[in-house]
Design a protein around this ligand. Structure first.
Ligand code: FES
Length: 147
């Protein structure tokens, strides 16, 4: 059911932890399962120089956070904002359809953190146009990739 890459990133996740003096923090929750993902970023000249995560969630969410953080490390904010949950799932050699929403959490954690960064520095980013921070009432939120 799970690809070797999913199992490998679940068993040996990269970039787990916190960054004490983070430049941006994103936190999202999945209203369906109650899982929570938090990401911490160090950003210099709009480049993500470090990123760590804590995920209280299922194996697919942990594998997705691990892969997503690997994919955006060293990338610009704009590049990180362009990362879709589909790309994260593809990099993991796929997720079962009922687990695609777990990869959405990773995409949203990145967006939430970049929104935090934008607010702290009064910046605007193309990839955040129309972004609405999670309100806690996300049943109405269209994740696009849900089962
Ligand atoms: Fe909750 Fe995967 S089941 S994020």
């Amino acid at each position: 059911m799970y690809s070797e890459k999913v199992m490998e990133h679940f068993t040996n996740p990269r970039n787990v932890g916190e960054i004490a003096d983070a430049d941006a923090i994103g936190q999202v929750g999945n209203p369906k399962c109650g899982d929570i993902m938090k990401m911490y970023f160090k950003i210099e000249n709009d480049v993500i120089v470090d990123v760590k995560f804590k995920t209280f969630g299922c194996g697919s969410a942990i594998a997705s956070s691990s892969m997503a953080t690997e994919l955006i490390k060293g990338k610009t904010i704009d590049e990180a904002l362009a990362l879709s949950n589909r790309a994260v799932a593809d990099a993991l050699d796929g997720l079962p359809p009922v687990k695609m929403h777990c990869s959405v959490l990773a995409e949203e954690a990145i967006k939430s953190a970049m929104f935090d960064f934008a607010q702290r520095h009064q910046r605007e980013f193309e990839g955040l146009k129309g972004y609405q921070p999670p309100t806690g009432d996300e049943d109405h939120h269209d994740h696009g990739e849900e089962e």
